[in-house]
Design a protein around this ligand. Structure first.
Ligand code: ZN
Length: 367
């Protein structure tokens, strides 16, 4: 079924921009072990399922019914709203993806325990990510976020895979875990773990190949979670900052598409269509899913979702948020200590990974 319409929430800009710096991934080994606990935080998700009942869900992403969306697609330097004919170009052979390896990454990331901003585990995870990007072109965006719980270092990590076409496709997912739940045994296998791992496997697929298409930048976002209660100022710390940095340095107008993945490891994968995302790009994602035979996992329900794409939506960048906010019936595992590995499936990581790569191929081909 297809559903209702919700509006994007406005988010204010944050503090100004610490410098990005070009670095090479340090060599660190993935070691670790730990466990920080959690308690509960939440953000509401209003599911406007046409005439379905309103569900409220705890979420790292949340939906809302604020004011009308302020997207300005016309202003997209990234421009290019394709018509149907354009996107039917043949993107070539189906993408490859190693789901078992992605699942293993999820397992290792989750084994760190809770990974909220400012924690020792978070630091270990940063090192783990860098260790898997050895030899890649890696950049970070490190700054101090001023939050209701104090000041924290926040670090977005970007791995760049250059292409021959002029323009950038960003594939993003957050690696921090819920802050308020940090001392409750929460490990964020799906919420934080799956997104981190999926990007690491995408890096494996992109590495060492000449890209005959747009440049692809993988973005591990940080500070996605609220530290106290989800609001426009307490959430999305990393992406609000990065959108400003990229606005100022001219990167933003080169971005053709921003594909966000979040909570895509759920064994019962059902990714909602997001009313705050860019319709033509979601259509393209659905086309990619259909080409691979995975369309039944996509867009049966429409939500208005607040997530890391919003700061980019608000700057006019075409965005698609791929998120399964039905994690357990009625989203009951989301932001609970039950967000554990046993709820996940490599098949779901495979579906998400391949659909993202196929979407990239369609974006390349429609040029
Ligand atoms: Zn979350």
């Amino acid at each position: 079924m297809r559903v209702g319409r919700l509006a994007a929430q406005r988010h204010e800009k944050t503090e100004s921009a610490p410098k990005e710096r070009q670095i090479l991934a340090p060599k660190v080994s993935p070691g670790f072990k730990r466990k920080e606990a959690t308690r509960s935080a939440s953000a509401m998700v209003f599911v406007l399922a046409g005439l379905l009942p309103l569900l409220s869900l705890t979420a790292c992403a949340r939906s809302n019914s604020a004011e009308p969306p302020k997207e300005t697609p016309a202003s997209l330097a990234a421009g290019s709203v394709p018509d149907a004919a354009e996107v039917s170009a043949d993107p070539g052979s189906p993408p490859s993806f190693n789901a078992d390896r992605a699942m293993q990454y999820t397992r290792e990331v989750t084994a760190f325990g809770a990974r909220p901003i400012g924690s020792a585990n978070h630091k270990k995870l940063e090192q783990y990510i860098y260790a898997h990007l050895k030899g890649d072109l890696v950049q970070d965006d490190l700054f101090t976020a001023d939050t209701p719980e104090g000041k924290f270092p926040v670090r977005n990590i970007i791995a760049k895979f250059p292409g021959t076409q002029d323009g950038i496709i960003v594939i993003a997912g957050h690696y921090d875990t819920n802050y308020p739940l940090r001392e409750t045994g929460y490990v964020g296998a799906n919420d934080g773990g799956s997104s981190t791992a999926l990007l690491l496997e995408l890096a494996n697929q992109l590495r060492g190949k000449k890209r005959d298409g747009y440049s692809v930048w993988l973005l591990w976002t940080d500070g996605e979670e609220a530290v106290r209660q989800w609001s426009s100022t307490d959430s999305l710390y990393g992406t609000r900052h990065l959108a400003e940095v990229w606005q100022q340095d001219g990167t933003l107008k080169k971005i053709k598409a921003f594909l966000l993945e979040d909570m895509i490891g759920d064994a019962d994968l059902d990714i909602q269509r997001d009313q705050n995302s860019t319709p033509w790009l979601e259509d393209l994602v659905y086309q990619a899913a259909t080409r691979l035979g995975y369309q039944s996992h996509f867009f049966a329900v429409t939500l208005g979702i607040d997530d890391d794409h919003l700061p980019f939506v608000q700057h006019g960048v075409p965005c698609a948020d791929l998120i399964d906010l039905d994690y357990g019936y009625n989203n009951v595992f989301h932001h609970t200590a039950q967000d554990t590995l046993d709820k996940l499936s490599p098949k779901s990581l495979d579906i998400a990974g391949r659909v993202i790569l196929e979407t990239v191929a369609l974006l390349d081909a429609k040029k």
